[in-house]
Ligand binder design. Structure first.
Ligand SMILES: Nc1ncnc2c1ncn2[C@@H]1O[C@H](COP(=O)(O)OP(=O)(O)OP(=O)(O)O)[C@@H](O)[C@H]1O
Length: 583
């Protein structure tokens, strides 16, 4: 629809006023030569299309005005000349951005009117020009209004998409935009329309608007007599003519904390980050890769430090839920009286000390993602029943809540306890055990993982050296020997700790026994005693000689120069040293 059409009624009334004041008839035709406004004889011809060889058409084509006061040769070219009743007319182009989009005409249908126009030609032409100017201005206004409406809709659309509360104020601190998240956070029982143009202080009592711009501020706002802890920032937006508005963006502090926790857990770990080539670990990785693409409930069993959390994260990050949250909760590390509210959340006022606005539980936070229930064997038996319902019905009810909330989570649980034994002893619900143990994944302990201890050591040492800004280090032969004999009750976590100690205290490129924590060194002595009891004195002498030579070569180097030094230290000839090395 053309802009002229949009302002048709307004222009009709303008035309009637002008016609009355000047004693002429007025018409406006649009770009398609359709008459859209008309007074007098023109009125009955509204919506008629003018001839395309008419004067209207010519003004449209050339963009030049025409004054035709005598029905002279100008009219002869018009195919409508025989039925035309006009005695005189003047036509002016209506332009928008330099383009002619219509025409405005003054015309007379009786001789008296015509002689008036002829008499006051200049004044009439001036009025015609001014009236065309009014029409053009009106078009600009309607365009601006349309654009503003569109901009407002766009701004609203944009700010509604933001996952933050956004309020925009004008220079009188009145709300001119507010997004749905803000309405939700403020929990104000008032419609969007009713809040617009109301002063911000009516809703947020103690908001400080004169703060440093763009800085994140943590503060307590009073909303509906509730104190709410928020983090907010204010940006000043300068509009034309020194008009400015303020944009307040804010969040509940508790939401931010939950978000941070969620992201902490969402550290991107994939199967490729799980180090190991032993058949036992490869079996676990392959099984996990297959189940990652499904939504099945998984139970990861393994001793402490075997990588249960690492597996849970990899499964999540390589599952269709990878873009959703990964929320971990350790059932053993939270005091028993807090587990229920941590897991299931609570409604406001559910118990003394509860957050006044209620709180989402971890399961609810994991909606559309994965909940990782670590150390599930430590979940108190009365909560096992509640968890069972979550697994069966996929709904939760918050503490003190009256309604069930639908949730869509994948459950991965982990344990280092023998759940089957716990079931037999009545410490774990059998039905819950079956629900959790749909796909069991068993993680092998480090001791049973063949040479993985060295592969893992290499990987861990490399990342530790990078972290500590040290040159690349290697395990000495003695340490390798110890590592392969040690039981590793703390599995990979223990290996990480032992190596951190080693890297920290090693002064050259080898990590030696003396660089390791003392309890491991004692372990070595225990092994020595075992060995002493098992071997003859002659064998022990050979072993000792071998370890001394190895150590000295590690210290002075494998070069001829290094070996000369070693022979000197041991007060033996170089040939004897070579023979011993060969032996
Ligand atoms: N295969 C592996 N490759 C690399 N790092 C590993 C591997 N397995 C475990 N780790 C590392 O060992 C440490 C312990 O792993 P994780 O926390 O996943 O074990 P866990 O079985 O969940 O332990 P816990 O039962 O004590 O909670 C982590 O730092 C982890 O990155």
């Amino acid at each position: 629809m053309s802009y002229l059409r949009l302002i048709q009624y307004k222009m009709q009334s303008l035309a009637e006023t002008v016609a009355l004041a000047l004693n002429v008839e007025v018409a406006i035709a649009d770009k398609n030569l359709t008459r859209i406004v008309g007074t007098g004889d023109f009125y009955t011809k509204i919506d008629d299309v003018c001839a395309d060889d008419s004067l209207f058409a010519r003004v449209l084509q050339t963009g030049e005005s025409i004054i035709n006061l005598t029905r002279d040769k100008e009219c002869m070219k018009c195919s409508n000349k025989d039925s035309c009743l006009e005695f005189a007319n003047m036509i002016y182009p209506i332009k928008e951005n330099g383009e002619t989009i219509g025409v405005l005409a003054f015309a007379s249908f009786d001789p008296e009117q015509a002689s008036l126009i002829r008499l006051k030609k200049e004044e009439y032409f001036n009025m015609l020009k001014k009236t065309a100017g009014i029409v053009e201005q009106e078009i600009i206004n309607i365009k601006m209004t349309n654009k503003l409406k569109k901009d407002t809709t766009e701004v609203n659309e944009i700010i509604n998409c933001l996952n933050k509360g956004i309020i925009i104020l004008n220079s009188n601190d009145e709300i001119i935009h507010i997004n749905s998240k803000a309405l939700q956070i403020l929990n104000i029982n008032i419609s969007h329309q009713k809040i617009i143009e109301r002063n911000i202080n009516k809703f947020i009592k103690n908001i400080k608007l004169s703060h440093n711009w763009n800085e994140e501020i943590v503060d307590l706002w009073t909303i509906n007599d509730r104190k709410v802890r928020v983090i907010y920032s204010i940006n000043k937006i300068v509009l034309g003519d020194n008009e400015f508005s303020l944009m307040i963006s804010f969040d509940f502090m508790s939401d931010i904390i939950n978000l941070v926790k969620t992201h902490e857990n969402k550290e991107k770990i994939y199967f490729k980050d799980i180090i190991g080539r032993s058949s036992a670990i490869l079996k676990a990785i392959n099984k996990s890769k297959i189940v990652a693409s499904t939504d099945s409930t998984i139970l990861i069993e393994g001793k402490s430090g075997t990588g249960k959390e690492l597996f849970a994260k990899s499964i999540h990050n390589e599952s269709p839920r990878r873009d959703g949250p990964f929320i971990a909760i350790n059932c053993a590390s939270i005091p028993e009286n807090l587990i229920e509210s941590e897991l299931f959340g609570y409604e406001k006022g559910a118990f003394t000390g509860a957050n006044t606005s209620g709180k989402k539980g971890k399961i609810e936070l994991a909606n559309n993602g994965t909940i990782f229930l670590d150390e599930i064997g430590d979940l108190p038996i009365y909560l096992q029943t509640k968890l069972l319902r979550v697994l069966q019905e996929r709904t939760i009810d918050r503490l003190g809540g009256e309604k069930y909330i639908n949730i869509n989570v994948r459950v991965i649980s982990a344990t280092n306890k023998n759940l089957k034994k716990m079931v037999a002893e009545g410490e774990f619900r059998l039905d819950l055990y079956y629900r959790l143990n749909v796909i069991p994944i068993n993680l092998p302990c480090l001791k049973s993982r063949e040479d993985d201890v060295f592969l893992l050591s290499e990987y861990i040492i490399e990342s530790l050296c990078k972290k500590m800004n040290k040159e690349k280090k290697f395990l000495s032969l003695e340490v390798r020997d110890l590592f392969s004999k040690y039981d590793w009750p703390g599995n990979i976590r223990e290996l990480e700790n032992v190596l951190e100690h080693g890297v920290c205290f090693s002064m050259d490129k080898f990590i030696r026994i003396e660089n390791l924590p003392e309890y491991i060194q004692e372990e070595k002595n225990a092994h020595v005693l075992e060995i002493v009891e098992e071997k003859s004195l002659e064998d022990l002498k050979i072993d000792f000689e071998k370890s001394v030579i190895t150590k000295l070569i590690q210290k002075y180097g494998d070069s001829v120069e290094g070996k000369k030094l070693v022979a000197e230290k041991l007060e033996i000839g170089l040939t004897t040293l070579y023979r011993k090395i060969n032996e």
